[in-house]
Design a binder for this molecule. Structure first.
Ligand code: BTN
Length: 333
C-alpha cells in the first residue's frame, strides 16, 4: 500500500468523511477505499483537525465529520462539489481586486470551461452598470466562473445572465432563504438584495470566446456590517434565516446548481430557463420604474420575452427593455 502526496490524500480523506454526512466511517473503510495505510488515515485526520475541522472519534467505530472551518479554500470546497466541470479547477485567493477581473485574465490566457476564481476578500469588487460591490472578509461568497459555451451565438449570450439568476436563487432556497429574482438577475429576500450577478463576455462575430459570471452573495453579514447607504437595501443569509451558513457549502451549491442549469440551457435552449425564471420572479406583475441608458420609464412589468428582455406596459404602450435597473414600486391604492 502506498501513501500518495499528503495534500491530495488529506483531501480524499476529507471528501470521504464529507460524503458520509452524519454517519460514522471506520478507519478501515477509509484505508481500504483510498488505498492508504491506517497510520496515514490517522495522520490525515490529525492534520485536518489541526486546520480547524472537528472530527469526532467514535470508540471502536471510526470517525465522523462534525464541523468544517468557515473558509473558502479548495480543501473545503472540493469535497462538497457535485459537478463535472464547474469548480474542478479552483483558483482560491485570500485577497483579490476582483474575482471577475482575475477570471477574465485567466480566460484570455486560455483557461478552460468551468474554471472558478474565489476570493475571501475583494478590494475592487465590481457590480452592474459601473457600481462597486462591497465584500468584507469572511462574510460573503465572491466568485467568478469561466464558461465557454460551444454552440451559443453571441447574440444569445445574455441568456446566461438569467440562467445564473435561476441557479443562485435555487442555491439560496436550498440554504433556507425565500429568495426571488428581480429582473434581470438581482436576488432579493424580504424585498432586500441578498446577491448580485455580473455577466461579462468576449466574442467574435459568430462565436463566444468566453463568458465570466461573477457572483456575490451576502452570507454571514450582520446589519451593521453593511456600509451605511446599503443598510436598508441589503440583507444576508444570516439575517434572513437567523443563523449563519457554512460558506463553502453555499458556494458548492451555487456551482452545482449553476452547472445543472447551464447544461440544461445548452441542451434545451432558453425556454425552460425562461419558465424557471418566471416562477422565481418578484418583478412580473409589479409596477416598476426602469432606469435605462435612454432615460426612465414607469409601468407594469408584464413579461420577459423569448430573449430575456423585460416587457413593460407604460402609458405609451408596451416597451421592450434590454438592459437597465428596475425599482419595484408600491402598488397604487
Ligand atoms: C450587481 O449586483 O451589481 C452585481 C454584483 C456582482 C458582484 C460579484 S462579487 C464576485 C464578482 N467579482 C466582482 O468584481 N463582481 C462580481
Amino acid at each position: 500500500m502506498t501513501d500518495p502526496a499528503p495534500g491530495a490524500s488529506e483531501e480524499l480523506v476529507l471528501a470521504f468523511l464529507a460524503e458520509a454526512g452524519d454517519e460514522v466511517v471506520s478507519g478501515e473503510a477509509i484505508s481500504d477505499k483510498l488505498g492508504l495505510t491506517r497510520a496515514a488515515v490517522w495522520k490525515h485526520v490529525e492534520g485536518l483537525r489541526a486546520q480547524g475541522y472537528r472530527i469526532d472519534a467514535v470508540a471502536s467505530r471510526g470517525y465522523r465529520l462534525v464541523e468544517i472551518p468557515d473558509r473558502l479554500r479548495a480543501l473545503e470546497i472540493r469535497p462538497l462539489l457535485a459537478t463535472h466541470d464547474l469548480g474542478q479547477v479552483l483558483h482560491c485567493h485570500e485577497e483579490l481586486g476582483s474575482t471577475s477581473d482575475r477570471a477574465k485574465q485567466l480566460a484570455e490566457g486560455g483557461a478552460g470551461h468551468g474554471e472558478v476564481v474565489v476570493a475571501e476578500r475583494q478590494t475592487a469588487g465590481r457590480g452592474r452598470r459601473g457600481r462597486s460591490w462591497s465584500s468584507a472578509a469572511g462574510q460573503g461568497v465572491s466568485f467568478s466562473v469561466i464558461l465557454r459555451p460551444e454552440a451559443l451565438p453571441p447574440a444569445r449570450a445574455p441568456e446566461l445572465t438569467l440562467v445564473a439568476a435561476v441557479a443562485i436563487c435555487d442555491a439560496l432556497r436550498q440554504a433556507g432563504v425565500e429568495a426571488g429574482i428581480k429582473w434581470p438577475n438581482d436576488l432579493l429576500a424580504g424585498g432586500r438584495k441578498i446577491a448580485g450577478i455580473l455577466t461579462e463576455m468576449a466574442a467574435e462575430a459568430d462565436r463566444v470566446q468566453w463568458v465570466v459570471i461573477g457572483v456575490g452573495v451576502n452570507v454571514n453579514s450582520r446589519r451593521e456590517d453593511f456600509p451605511e447607504p446599503l443598510r436598508e437595501e441589503a440583507t444576508s443569509v444570516l439575517l434572513e434565516r437567523g443563523q449563519p451558513a457554512p460558506r463553502a457549502l453555499l458556494l458548492a451549491a451555487c456551482l452545482t446548481l449553476l452547472e445543472d442549469w447551464v447544461d440544461l440551457h445548452a441542451e434545451q435552449g432558453f425556454e425552460p430557463i425562461r419558465a424557471a425564471w418566471r416562477e422565481r420572479s418578484v418583478t412580473l406583475g409589479q409596477r416598476v420604474a426602469v432606469r435605462t441608458d435612454g432615460g426612465e420609464l414607469v409601468g407594469v412589468a408584464e413579461e420577459i420575452d423569448a430573449t430575456g428582455a423585460l416587457l413593460v406596459r407604460t402609458a405609451a404602450g408596451l416597451e421592450r427593455v434590454l438592459a437597465g435597473d428596475v425599482a419595484l414600486l408600491r402598488p397604487r391604492r
